[in-house]
Design a protein around this ligand. Sequence first.
Ligand SMILES: Cc1cc2nc3c(=O)[nH]c(=O)nc-3n(C[C@H](O)[C@H](O)[C@H](O)COP(=O)(O)OP(=O)(O)OC[C@H]3O[C@@H](n4cnc5c(N)ncnc54)[C@H](O)[C@@H]3O)c2cc1C
Length: 337
Amino acid sequence: MANLTKDFFIGLSNNKLLNAQAKKWGFRLGADKFVAGTNMDSVIETIRELNSHHISCTLDNLGEFVSDREEASTAKTEIIQILNKIHEEKLDCHLSVKLTQLGLDIDYDFCVENMKEILKKADAYHIFINIDMEKYIHYERTLDVLKELRNQYSHVGTVIQSYLYRAEDDLEELKGVRLRLVKGAYKENVSVAFQSKQDIDRNFIELSKKRLLGDAFTSIATHDHHIIHVLKEFVKENNISRDKFEFQMLYGFRTEMHDDLVKEGYNFCTYIPFGTDWFGYFMRRLAERPQNMNLIVKDAFLSKDNKLKKEPIILGTLAITSLVVWRKKKNKKEKVS
Ligand SMILES: Cc1cc2nc3c(=O)[nH]c(=O)nc-3n(C[C@H](O)[C@H](O)[C@H](O)COP(=O)(O)OP(=O)(O)OC[C@H]3O[C@@H](n4cnc5c(N)ncnc54)[C@H](O)[C@@H]3O)c2cc1C
């Protein structure tokens, strides 16, 4: 049942029609609990407030699966404007970007050029750029882009997902590069990725320990208190300097733990997504933790005067239709193979 729910939300996150539709409506379904605002100006206060609590931020101008050059160029321009803002406002904040937003699915070289323009500006401001890791079909090309960029720029890194079998080898190859470690948010095939939580968690801990014993900076990105506890003990036992790593969590998740970690003297960074393209990001969060549905259901379906809202009904209908079509296609494929 848990897997079915996960598949359902991951299926929705990839649905282009729903992603486009949701953009038109602005935040719905309680997305504002996990997405900080619709534009840069609306999130500056949030960043300032977190900074005042000694929490740094990484900002994600939401967007992915871009198949139009103009849209990718607009995203690049927006990201450069965000860099200007971070610099002007002297915020303790770096950026997280997705290569599919910057044209990876359109043309490899075009995407590299977009990234170079971003890095040129970021370099001038000494702002770090992190390349988020997306689905496995983009994995090789993401690493290729990173390597190409690092021939010219050093303040760029990426993400390694502990559900991938190859994560350990890639970690070794990227041992001098600043990295974020995560479990992995997408649905990947058994041919490339561990499927059980036990294996993914075990690998996450092993990879984290390996990084902590190395030289480069690591962002340990998880909401998993068991893992955080194990790693805190490891850091103490091995006298590892706290300057070599930070914990990262997503905006709106386990907020009480953010402050606790800071009070204990750890570096902490909040990942802040913002923008109108919230649907895919939000559905992946529901896939990870369907309990989040409880938090949002009332918000999603009822207006302040307890009347049923119309958008969720339309979205729900679209979602169910998409699911039925997806199941039919899947069944057909299974019959053929
Ligand atoms: C900062 C950041 C950046 C990320 N970037 C990427 C990326 O670039 N690419 C990518 O593929 N994925 C990314 N992810 C997502 C990541 O891969 C996981 O899908 C996501 O973090 C869920 O896994 P988890 O480590 O939090 O633990 P889970 O396995 O989801 O949770 C472990 C346990 O922690 C507890 N827990 C978790 N969440 C909560 C909660 N909200 N409230 C109470 N208890 C909770 C529960 O006991 C749960 O069983 C990122 C995650 C973070 C935090």
